[in-house]
Design a protein around this ligand. Structure first.
Ligand code: UDX
Length: 446
């Protein structure tokens, strides 16, 4: 987006992964995101370059964005909660050792609060004499599937810096980059630590809304209330707002769970156990929602799905992306596998290989063969649904709303059931065709 909006700025994207850079330089970009291809193709070779020559790009740059992954640690101190800063540290050390002129280093990756301090210490301790490094925190708030739209017209851009004159000056240079297309009032400046914490806080608050509405969906199902009506009635209160109150089979994605776990770890490290418990509950509720949905499928299908064919429509964690990180669909499919169902999966954007990777338990002997026996990946929704006894909609892809439901019904074993985990289908219409329908948060009127 910077390259697109600022023709006077040269943007070079570097990565140590040569395959990935080759893909960015090819006809087939490594990720799907609406509108991305057009922008890359328009700027590539003009003021946007993709390269594996990391050192050259560092030497030439005035501003260096560190945008590497910070996964949840799998082992060691803080395993399961803390962010692994290995890649952030490796980048910082590389910048320090290669730079021949002063740089502004921008922390773009989502990191725990006070990481900028560690980056600064590393840069200062390892750089050549006479060089200056200023650190900024500029967290990214874009959501997948709407990345280009979010970058083009962000609600806000946040830039944190130290409150020294040098820090403020560095902050101003980044403000000027964004000012090329973002209204000034939307570019906000804060201290470094507020900026780092705001990213974790924003994601925790968003995820909390989903867990809150999902907790209410369970009450709706038990009472006969309708979660969409409840969300609408509550959302019209301007203090609450209507967005992010869509009840679902659970939230997924690379950020929400990871960032909340990070916040939990931070709270515990700060000896605030009650605060840690409070945020942990958002994750607990999300796990409950996925399990509750899968259990509803089993109980509705006469308490057994052994050897029954179930169609799963949607594997990505949300529509308009091929990303499957933390996707609720994988959790639900694993549950179905444990109950020995035959699962046919269709997703418009997720490759077959990825689905098998996500459903294979690492370290379990011969598990992949077993997965192949139980799971089929299909090329269309119709193929997945043919002969099935139940259909689960687990991603809100638009195409699922306009499927030929009459033809699907005719092809299925009876009674034909639909479990709408995203609340996107017209349940009355499906019932008129003959389906038995369960929608999340709508009472069990199969
Ligand atoms: C999120 C934040 O929105 C973004 O600001 C941050 O930078 C990264 O994390 P992303 O994970 O790409 O973005 O997608 P988002 O649209 O937030 O959806 C996350 C999950 O919540 C999805 O599984 C989605 O289906 C689910 N969701 C979202 C709901 O279940 N109900 C809602 O009302 C909204």
């Amino acid at each position: 987006m910077i390259a697109h909006k600022c023709p006077h700025i040269q943007v070079t994207i570097v990565d140590v992964n040569a395959d990935r850079i080759a893909a960015w330089n090819s006809e087939h970009l490594p990720i799907y995101e609406p509108g991305l291809e057009e922008i890359v193709k328009a700027c590539r070779g003009k003021n946007l370059f993709f390269s594996t020559d990391v050192d050259k790009a560092i030497i030439e740059a005035d501003l260096v964005f560190v945008s590497v992954n910070t996964p949840t640690k799998k082992s060691g101190v803080g395993a399961g909660y803390a962010a692994d800063l290995f890649y952030v540290e490796a980048c910082t050390r590389r910048i320090a050792s290669v730079a021949t002129s002063s740089k502004i280093v921008v922390e773009k990756s989502t990191v725990p609060c006070r990481t900028a301090q560690s980056m600064r210490t590393i840069l200062e301790a390892n750089s050549r004499p006479g060089l200056r490094f200023d650190i900024l925190s500029n967290p990214e708030f874009l959501a997948e599937g709407t990345a280009i739209k979010d970058l083009d017209a962000p609600d806000r851009v946040l830039i944190g810096s130290l409150s020294t004159p040098e820090g403020r000056a560095a902050q101003q240079s980044l403000v000027e980059v964004y000012a090329n297309w973002v209204p000034r009032a939307r570019v906000i400046t804060t201290g470094l630590w507020s900026s780092e914490l705001s990213k974790l806080a924003a994601n925790a608050l968003l995820a909390q809304r989903i867990s809150s509405i999902n907790a209410l969906s369970a009450i709706c199902e038990a009472t006969g209330a309708d979660v969409d009506e409840v969300a609408h009635a509550c959302g019209l209160d301007s203090r609450i707002g209507s967005k992010f109150l869509k009840s679902s089979v659970g939230f997924g994605g690379s950020c929400f769970q990871k960032d909340i776990l990070n916040l939990v770890y931070l709270s515990e490290s700060l000896h605030l156990p009650e605060v840690a418990d409070y945020w942990r509950q958002v994750i607990t509720m999300n796990e409950y929602q996925k399990r509750r949905f899968a259990q509803t499928v089993v109980s509705s299908m006469f308490n057994t799905i052994t050897n029954k064919k179930l169609a799963v429509l949607g594997f990505a964690f949300k529509k308009d992306t091929g990303d499957t990180r933390e996707t609720p669909s994988a959790t639900v499919c694993r549950f179905f596998r444990q109950e020995n169902a035959k699962v046919s999966i269709y997703d418009p954007k997720v490759p077959e290989k990825q689905i098998f990777v996500d459903l294979t338990e690492p370290g379990v002997a011969d598990d992949s063969q077993l997965v192949q026996q139980q799971v089929t990946v299909c090329k269309s929704a119709m193929e997945a649904c043919t002969g099935a006894e139940g259909i689960c909609v687990l991603t809100e892809w638009d195409e699922f709303k306009s499927l030929d439901w009459e033809a699907i019904y005719a092809s299925m074993a009876k009674p034909a059931m639909v479990f709408d985990g995203r609340g996107i289908l017209d349940a009355d219409k499906l019932r008129s065709i003959g389906f038995k329908v369960h929608s999340i948060g709508k009472g069990l009127n199969l």
